[in-house]
Design a binder for this molecule. Sequence first.
Ligand code: TXA
Ligand code: MG
Length: 363
Amino acid sequence: MPNSIQRAVEVLKAGGLVAMPTETVYGLAADANNVSAINKIFSSKGRPSVHPLIVHIAQPELNMASDQQANSVAWREILSQWSRDVSPEALILANEFWPGPLTMILPKAKNVLLEVTGGQETIGIRCPQHPIAQHLLKEFGGGLAAPSANRFGRISPTTAEHVREEFPGDDVLVLDGGPCDVGIESTIVDLTRLDSHNAVILRPGAITQTMINQALNRNGDTDGIAVNTASTTSTSNISVPRVSGSLSAHYAPKTKLLVYDPKNLKSLFLEINGTSGLKQLAWVHFQNAQLDKKSGKELKLTNVVKELVLPVESKTLARELYALLRQLDGLNLDCIFFEQLPDGIEWDAIRDRLGRASTGSGM
Ligand code: TXA
Ligand code: MG
C-alpha cells in the first residue's frame, strides 16, 4: 500500500480528517462510525449539524461478465450494512451507475449514526469511482462520511490545492488525486418514497433523470422487477429529506456573480457601463458574436479586466466551472458577468450550481 494511503488510514482510524479525491469533487472524509470524527467535519466546515453527510463505500468484488444477479447480491450485502430496506430500484441503480457520481437516499439502518444523517431516518450513500477513493475505502475497511471539502456555502474543491486553500492548517491530511474528472457534485436520487413518488432527483448531476428512468424501466421490464410502484416495506413515515445543496445560496464566490441573458445584451451593457461602482469586471461568455441586433455593431463592456470564453461541451464546463469561479474570485473584482447557459438537460446540473453560486455571491 502506498505510504500516503497508509498514513490516511491511520489518521481516519484515529478519528482524524482526510481530504479524499473523488471523480466529482474532493471530499472531507471521516470514519462514518465515529461520532467525534463526524463532529470534526461539522466544526471544520462550519456546517450546521442538521445537514446530513453522504457515506462513501468501497466497491464489492463484482462479476466482470456483468452477471447482474450476482452483482446485486454483492451490492445488497454491502448496502444492508447501511440501509434497512434495500429496494430492487437501489440495486438496479447500483449495478448501472456504481462506482460513479450517484448518491442514493435510502432508509437508514439502525446502527447508522444520527450525527451522520442530520437526525433523519434516511442515509445518503455513494460508491465513488476515483481509484484513490476506492483504494482508501478498501484499506480503511468501513464507510467514510464525506461532504465536499470546502467551508459551508462556498465553492467545492476540484483540486488538492483548492482543499488546501479551504483548510490551510495542518488538521486535514490531503490526498492529491489530480483534478476531478466530473467537476460537480454527484446526482442525489431519493429512493425513500417510492410508494408515493418515483425516483426523485434532489440534486442534479452528471447522471440525469432520463438515465435513471431508463435504467429503472429497462431492468424493471426485463427482470420482472416492479419499479416505481409499491416499495417492499413502507417507508412513508419518512419525511421529505433535507438537502443542504438545495439552499438557494451555495457554491458561492465572494465576488458578486451576475448571470445574464444574452438576449438583453444591449440594455444590460448600457446599464453596466453606466454604473460607477463597477470598475473592474470579469466577463465570461460563449464564443458568440456580441452584436447589437439593430446596428450590427459589436457591443462592448467597458472595465473588463478579465475575459473568458466558455467551452461548448457541458461536460468540459462542469469539469472546469469551480476552478474558473475560484480563479475569478481570487482577482477581487467588482463583479463577474456570466452568460446564461443553453437550454437542454445536459446543462441542468451546471445551471443549478451557477444559479446558487449567483444567489450566494457577494457576501
Ligand atoms: O459528489 C458528491 O456528492 C460529493 C463527494 C465528496 O462525494 N459530496 C458532496 O457532499 O457533495 P455534500 O455534503 O457537500 O453534499 C451532500 C448533499 C447535501 O446537500 C446533503 O443535504 C445531502 O447530500 N444528503 C446527504 N444525506 C442525505 C439524506 N439522508 N437525505 C437527504 N439529503 C442528504
Ligand atoms: Mg457541499
